[in-house]
Ligand binder design. Structure first.
Ligand SMILES: Cc1cc2nc3c(=O)[nH]c(=O)nc-3n(C[C@H](O)[C@H](O)[C@H](O)COP(=O)(O)OP(=O)(O)OC[C@H]3O[C@@H](n4cnc5c(N)ncnc54)[C@H](O)[C@@H]3O)c2cc1C
Length: 510
């Protein structure tokens, strides 16, 4: 499919006159006849009756278009037919019931920071549920180390609230700024803290309250930290991208706030940097490493040129470490890391001795994205996300950098290197370059899967990565996912067109 900046290609391809759903020709999944235009209008009328307050239901063209597309994604997108703002589980039940009655697709929308076309509209025929107004923290149990909140609460606001209240706990999943708990559950997110705290697929969600496509409300578990009562139904919704139900509340497990310091080391190449990380993580001091981030030489150059950093850094592959623990443990860990990076030919090691120095050093990591985007005037950026076993990362980075250079694509790399997860930010200025970038991303994904890796370590599948699922997971696993989907959402009204590959591949190809 030809890509085009700012053009709603998906809409263009799917709309022509047909009343039938275009996506339901896969025999393993569905054959839903979605609402006709008249039925859709009737559904919108019922939504307006159910939510008569100003601004609750909108079909205003700019709004439905904004809610259906993202500046961070170049995948085909389409406006929604209508956006409805929910404030309670009951609101969500009402919306789902109206959608089911008329067979109108529903797209949940949280912080809108996802990157793979996750919340794009279903060819102007869907209801977008805006969950961002459901942002309340409902209960904090400091002694138990957990917190109950609505799905639209943002992870940063939760951590700010805990800090303001003087509660020495935090929620460690840290995806993009502005992400909400519902969206984080939807994408199965993680972030820089994953090396120490794991991902959304760990045990950070003790339970979730979900409105199923049937309109039934379930809570997956109670608040106890452990339960071996049956299999883990919470996990079914983590990474489901709103295709199985709408999360309205969640109980989050919290972690103690631990003093942190930052260190930085430069290396002659990625290979040396990654082997140093593996040795440090596998040492007895590994548990004190909260984050290990790699910025490649291009990224450092972009940051230096962008002028946002307080001082210029050597333009080499660079690791940023966050070390956590009691002061003595931090000191001992820093000493061990220093010795290990030296052994792996690090040319420079810097340890921030004070909070202020630590903040300054970590700020460099934070400028990565903006520095890259301002590196080439007028350029836009496509962020990719792949993940491989950590020992395979140098091969992946080396081959990818060579491929991008051969294709004439300017790019920078930032990696959650302790997890073997990296993002390349590929720059382009026009449709032709965008196509070259898209092709390079495709090759990068196949390279990652060939190294026993994943097409997405943390951003999720959405529209952009669904074509890789059969290759990565195998057709049997994808068929199991579809069987579950079909059982829970037989009409396929929950976020259709996302996550599940469109067509089963020839089984012999496996
Ligand atoms: C600058 C930047 C940095 C980023 N860094 C990281 C990173 O380090 N790690 C990482 O993992 N991601 C990262 N991301 C991606 C993004 O922040 C995550 O994917 C995040 O989890 C999305 O949350 P959201 O609230 O924005 O979800 P949205 O984008 O609103 O939605 C994401 C998906 O979840 C579904 N959904 C939303 N709310 C609900 C709900 N209540 N119930 C059911 N489904 C729902 C949506 O339909 C959609 O499919 C980054 C993004 C940006 C822009």
């Amino acid at each position: 499919m030809a890509l085009s900046i700012g053009v709603l290609a998906y809409e263009r391809e799917l709309l022509p006159g047909s009343k039938r759903s275009p996506a339901n020709d896969d025999p393993l999944t569905f054959n839903t006849q979605y609402a006709s235009p008249n039925e859709l209008q009737q559904a919108i009328r019922e939504l307006r009756e159910a939510f008569p307050e100003e601004g609750r239901v909108t079909t205003e063209p700019e709004t439905v278009k904004d809610y259906g597309s993202s500046d961070n994604s170049y995948h085909p997108s389409a406006p929604h037919a209508v956006v409805v703002r929910a404030y309670s589980t009951e609101d969500v039940v009402n919306i789902v019931n109206i959608a089911r009655k008329y067979r109108v697709p529903i797209t949940p929308y949280g912080g809108a920071t996802s990157l793979e076309g996750h919340f794009s509209g279903y060819a102007s025929r869907d209801i977008c549920i805006d969950m961002s107004g459901m942002d309340k923290i409902l209960d904090i149990h400091e002694d138990d180390g957990d917190l109950i909140c609505q799905a639209g609460a943002k992870w940063e606001d939760i951590n700010d609230t805990l800090k303001e209240k003087g509660i020495p706990l935090f929620f460690p999943l840290d995806p993009g700024p502005g992400a909400t708990i519902g969206g984080m559950i939807g994408t199965g997110c993680s972030g820089t803290n994953a090396v120490r705290y794991g991902t959304a697929k760990g045990e950070w969600f003790l339970n979730v309250t979900v409105v199923l496509p049937s309109g039934e409300v379930i809570k997956t578990r109670r608040r106890a930290r452990k339960s071996s009562a049956g299999f883990d139904t919470t996990k079914i919704f983590i990474g489901a991208e709103g295709t199985l139900g709408i999360v309205t509340e969640a109980t989050l497990r919290l972690a103690p706030l631990i003093p942190t310091r930052v260190a930085m080391a430069q290396f002659p190449n990625v290979d040396k940097a990654v082997s140093a990380v593996q040795e440090a993580l596998n040492s007895p001091y590994g548990p004190h490493l909260q984050c290990v981030e790699l910025l490649d030489d291009n990224m450092i150059r972009a940051m230096n040129d962008g002028g946002m950093v307080a001082r210029k850094l050597p333009e080499k592959d660079t690791l940023f470490f966050k070390i956590q623990g009691a002061p003595q443990a931090i000191k001992e860990t820093a000493d061990v890391v220093k010795a290990i990076v030296k052994k792996h030919n690090s040319t420079q090691f810097e340890f921030a001795a004070t909070d202020e120095e630590a903040d300054n050093l970590w700020q460099n990591r934070k400028y990565a994205l903006t520095s890259t985007l301002s590196w080439i005037p007028g350029a836009r950026g496509w962020t990719t996300d792949v993940c491989v076993p950590p020992s395979c990362l140098p091969t992946l980075v080396y081959e990818t950098k060579k491929d991008l250079a051969d294709a004439g694509i300017i790019s920078t790399i930032v990696g959650h290197v302790g997890d073997g997860n990296f993002h390349a930010l590929l720059l382009f200025k026009n449709d032709e370059e965008l196509q070259a970038v898209s092709d390079a991303v495709h090759r990068m994904v196949h390279r990652a899967i060939a190294l026993d890796g994943s097409c997405t370590g943390e951003h999720g599948v959405g529209v952009g990565k669904k074509e890789y699922l059969n290759d990565e997971l195998g057709e049997g696993t994808v068929a199991l996912m579809k069987t579950l989907k079909k059982a829970i959402d037989p009409l396929n009204i929950m976020n259709p067109g996302k996550l599940y590959p469109d067509q089963p591949k020839d089984r012999k190809a496996q």
